[in-house]
Design a protein around this ligand. Structure first.
Ligand code: PEP
Length: 341
């Protein structure tokens, strides 16, 4: 796609028009040309809205590449025989329990409370990532439709073998998990490199797991270097991933400075980053990736900030740490996501 979505990290833009429900997401709904046309009209409105709001020096002001975007939509539609994958009604909310709780009994209690809310939040796909140890027990209580399970990590070795202490993607899948978190900053902190992350992603995808790929800068300066940093993480992590497998990847943007912090990212900065990540994916995989990969946010999401992050940040969901261990807070987050358009 031609044209720069972002020229400088300083650009401030607020949400323009609301998208037709669930636009820019990733499940399999069928779409008519009429719907694509509606989507294009929406895109034009956004383009106009942004052009009025951003400074003239921004390339956004000179208009987003509307013609290219329209032809991209039509190509996607024609190639898919009229079954273009553009819209997903569901948000994705993932709880990362990390090294908690201390007992299986507590894990069961939290899980069953979350399950109640999750089963009533039909517009949300809820995933819990407990410690490995609890996965098999909770798998018997999970449900593909309303409450899925994920692992917090895996090895890069696909199946079985002489690797003491390792757990393979195949084992994770066989135990009943559908997802796996890869590249979390707490694992990167322990020495996990982009190369290791890439191997884990490839192994997990080949086994058929859905990958929650975490990226995010350690700090934000004013020089925009963090954008390049995130781009590099995406490029290195997704090397060798086919366009087809990309459908099983979610990008969890988790700025390290916002994890376990007092405050989350500002919604407008999140919105910028979401657009930037789509641009990076589009450069790397071609424009169709833009509609295939959900971009979710993680970093101090709680019941107080979730609505604003969702509305103004326009993300496709959340990766929640601390608040996912408190069923009341996590349920509140699910309900807000469920109520969003
Ligand atoms: C995380 O570690 O993935 C996370 C988002 O944590 P928290 O919500 O506690 O900031």
């Amino acid at each position: 796609m031609e044209g720069e979505f972002l020229e400088t990290p300083e650009i401030v833009f607020e949400t323009a028009e609301k998208a037709p429900s669930g636009a820019f997401s990733s499940s399999s709904a069928k779409h008519s040309l009429q719907e694509l046309y509606t989507f294009w009209i929406f895109f034009q409105k956004i383009s106009k809205g942004l052009a009025e709001r951003v400074p003239a020096r921004s390339s956004l002001a000179s208009g987003l590449p509307q013609k290219e975007f329209l032809s991209f939509l039509v190509v996607v539609w024609v190639k898919s025989g009229g079954n273009a994958t553009i819209v997903n009604m569901k948000k994705i909310v993932i709880g990362n329990w990390k090294m908690n709780p201390a007992t299986l009994l507590e894990a069961r209690k939290i899980f069953s409370k979350v399950k109640k809310t999750a089963s009533s939040c039909k517009k949300v796909h809820t995933v819990i990532c407990p410690p490995f140890l609890y996965l098999s027990d909770l798998a018997s209580k999970s449900s593909k439709e309303s409450l899925a399970l994920g692992a917090q990590d895996t090895s890069s070795l696909e199946s079985v073998g002489s690797y003491t202490g390792f757990l393979s993607p195949l084992m994770v899948k066989n135990i009943g998990a559908q997802y796996v978190i890869i590249g979390h900053s707490e694992r990167r902190r322990e020495g996990e490199t982009d190369e290791m992350i890439n191997k884990k992603i490839l192994a997990s995808l080949s086994i058929g797991l859905k990958v929650i790929f975490c990226v995010g800068e350690k700090e934000r300066g004013h020089d925009g270097h963090f954008l390049e940093f995130v781009k590099q993480q995406i490029h290195l992590g997704l090397q060798g991933v086919s366009k087809k497998s990309l459908q099983n990847v979610l990008i969890a943007y988790e700025p390290v400075w916002a994890i376990g912090a007092e405050n989350a990212i500002l919604p407008r900065d999140l919105h910028q980053m979401k657009i930037y990540i789509r641009k990076v994916l589009s450069e790397f995989f071609g424009p169709s990736a833009v509609v295939k990969v959900p971009v979710i946010y993680g970093g101090t999401v709680n019941p107080e900030n979730v609505e604003l992050l969702l509305l103004a940040g326009e993300v496709d969901g959340f990766l929640v740490g601390r608040a996912s261990l408190n069923p009341k807070d996590f349920s509140a987050i699910l309900e807000v996501a469920n109520a969003s358009k």
